[in-house]
Design a protein around this ligand. Sequence first.
Ligand code: SF4
Ligand code: SF4
Length: 271
Amino acid sequence: MDLPENEAGIEPVKFGPENRFRFRCHKGVKCFTTCCRGINIILTPYDIVRLKNRLGLSSGEFLAVYTVPQLLEKTDLPVVTLKLLDDELESCPFVKEDGCMVYEDRPTTCRYYPLGVASLSHKEGADGEGFYFFVNEPHCLGFEEEKEWSVTEWRKDQGVDIHDDINAGWTDLVVRKRSFPKNVRLTEQSKKMFFTTSYDIDQFREFVFNSSFLSLYDIDDAEIEKLRTDETALLTFGFKWMKWVFYKIGNFKVNQDAATKRQTEKGGETG
Ligand code: SF4
Ligand code: SF4
């Protein structure tokens, strides 16, 4: 299995849900907060929702201030990473002396540490289903602590299972795209659609409610009301919609009259 090596050249170990490890991170460790610097944190869609709400920003504002765009290797999909400060240590913008200032809403990757999520790794062979990798990094003194966890116990303790449940449809899109032959490339329009639907929830909401979108699909009133009032429901709806558009998997019912009218208006342009 080709998994990422860390900076110290230590090979990560493939872990399943029942594998166990010793770890505890707390303010008393000498290395406290050192791991929140010089890092590459890919943000998931639900990470953005939690963080932008925490900071009282729109998704567009959060993306502009706190993220850097990147193409996820082997997928050609546009993702974002947390933009680090321009200081000597390349610190995370949210790290303070006494810890993480957004702890309750910290990203999925931070919750998982010292485990990594295979579906977000840059390596081939990652299948995303119950597969994690574990890296015992020498600078991290948390491994010298007594507390022992299984992967399942750790995920629950860190609240990462909630993030994973909400992001599941998105992870599925990433894993499916990764299994595509290399020569199957996404159009720029598809990439833009993936980016907006995944990360810019406020713009996606605008698109759903202030374009011909709702006339194009047969969606019942109760679901429309849910999408209007529940941001998480809108996010997971977006994942389902992309799965249907990209892979024709799912049960979106197209209103043919509206589709024909839209195509005529757009002069044959699709999407
Ligand atoms: S390096 Fe390890 S023990 Fe130290 S702060 Fe980071 S996670 Fe905690
Ligand atoms: S978000 Fe919090 S936990 Fe994650 S790197 Fe930044 S300060 Fe550390």
